[in-house]
Design a protein around this ligand. Structure first.
Ligand code: UDP
Ligand code: MG
Length: 339
């Protein structure tokens, strides 16, 4: 199959949120890489670099617009407001659907090694429909981030969520995979959990993740925890099973306690300490609240899913869109691009 594939049109999808310091530095690096892949004959001349402005509040969109006038390979779309990294990536991937044979999603901050893209394309041309970028080490991470991240992958695995170890959202996907991704209509997006579910032949390329070129991470601890929690609750119902198990164990213990109380009362050894009772009540109360919270999360998510709200809204594109209002407008071919 590999040899039969013609030179693919590749889109590089880059989510950007308040990246005015980073974008002017990394955009030319992406273009260099794209051009070198074109020169090598790895990808087609009409491949593109698509920036997805995730409702930035700084001058990111102005930078994207001006880039698009400098080189026709640069194009951009803008979300009507900030919707978060996962939705920005999705918007870009869906935009690429009709035009590209494959799309690579990558962060704009230079942390993911862009030279690995050519390796991804080669793997694609050798028959892989999905190529996962996997971090070979976590040297640049703090000890805390490294250990929590690894514990998290293990937890996901126990919860029955299939993810690729140390893979974030740097990956290549073929257009047929992306068409299937479009059918996964969930609002609670956790892309790295969905791709393994789509199937097809996949492979892995390893890279070293670097420090951010400039600016600061948009994923502080709070957001990281919420993405982590989303990852589990969007893809697994095992926590509810665990709660049921805990509940059963607690009620059996409770029953034994009652029997014990009756026996001690009958034999005249009445219990003196009330503290132990209070502890048990508090413990059980806490357990119930946590359980209700987790079940509530699922109910809340079900509620959000039933609304079928749009997951992204594109307000602007760097090209003239004729059919205004459509979710996806066709990108003009390279030769039609502005002079
Ligand atoms: N990003 C986004 N929307 C957001 C937050 C982040 O599109 O609400 C983009 C950001 O511009 C970057 C990528 O997602 O290209 C990853 O974000 P960041 O580098 O802040 O996260 P980290 O690498 O620290 O996990
Ligand atoms: Mg980053």
């Amino acid at each position: 199959m590999s040899a039969l594939k013609t030179t693919p049109v590749l889109w590089i999808v880059i989510p950007c949120y308040n990246e005015q310091e980073v974008l002017p530095v990394t955009a030319p690096l992406f273009l260099d890489e794209l051009e070198s892949m074109i020169r090598e004959g790895l990808i087609a001349q009409n491949s593109r670099i698509l920036f997805v402005d995730d409702g930035s509040k700084d001058s990111t969109w102005e930078i994207i617009s001006s880039l698009s006038t400098q080189d026709p390979h640069y194009i951009g779309i803008r979300q009507s407001r900030n919707r978060g990294h996962q939705n920005a990536v999705l918007a870009g991937l869906m935009q690429s659907l009709d035009e590209a044979d494959a799309a690579i999603s990558i962060d704009c901050d230079g942390q993911d090694d862009i030279h690995v893209m050519s390796e991804m394309v080669r793997a694609y041309r050798n028959g892989s429909d999905i190529v996962y970028g996997v971090r070979s080490d976590r040297e640049t991470d703090t000890f805390f981030k490294r250990t929590t991240a690894e514990a998290y992958y293990r937890l996901l695995d126990r919860m029955g969520v299939e993810v690729v170890f140390n893979h974030a959202d740097y990956r290549l996907a073929s257009s047929r995979v992306l068409r299937h991704l479009a059918d996964f209509g969930e609002v609670n997006l956790y892309l790295r959990g969905i791709f393994p579910l789509i199937g097809y032949q996949s492979s892995i390329v390893a890279y070293k993740r670097k420090e951010r070129i400039s600016g600061t991470s948009h994923y502080p601890l709070g957001k990281m925890l919420s993405l982590a929690f989303d990852g589990i609750t969007s893809l697994s119902t095992r926590p509810i099973t665990i709660i049921t198990g805990l509940g059963s164990v607690a009620s059996v213990l409770g029953m034994i306690g009652i029997l014990w109380a009756i026996v001690t009362a009958l034999t005249g050894h009445s219990v003196a300490g009330w503290a132990s009772t209070v502890c048990i009540v508090l413990f059980m109360g806490g357990l119930q609240l946590v359980s209700l919270g987790i079940i509530g999360t699922y109910v809340g998510k079900t509620y959000l899913e039933t609304k079928h709200r749009p997951r992204y809204i594109i307000s602007e594109t760097t090209w003239e869109d004729e059919g205004k209002g459509g979710e996806r407008d066709r990108v003009p071919a390279l030769h039609e691009d502005r002079a």
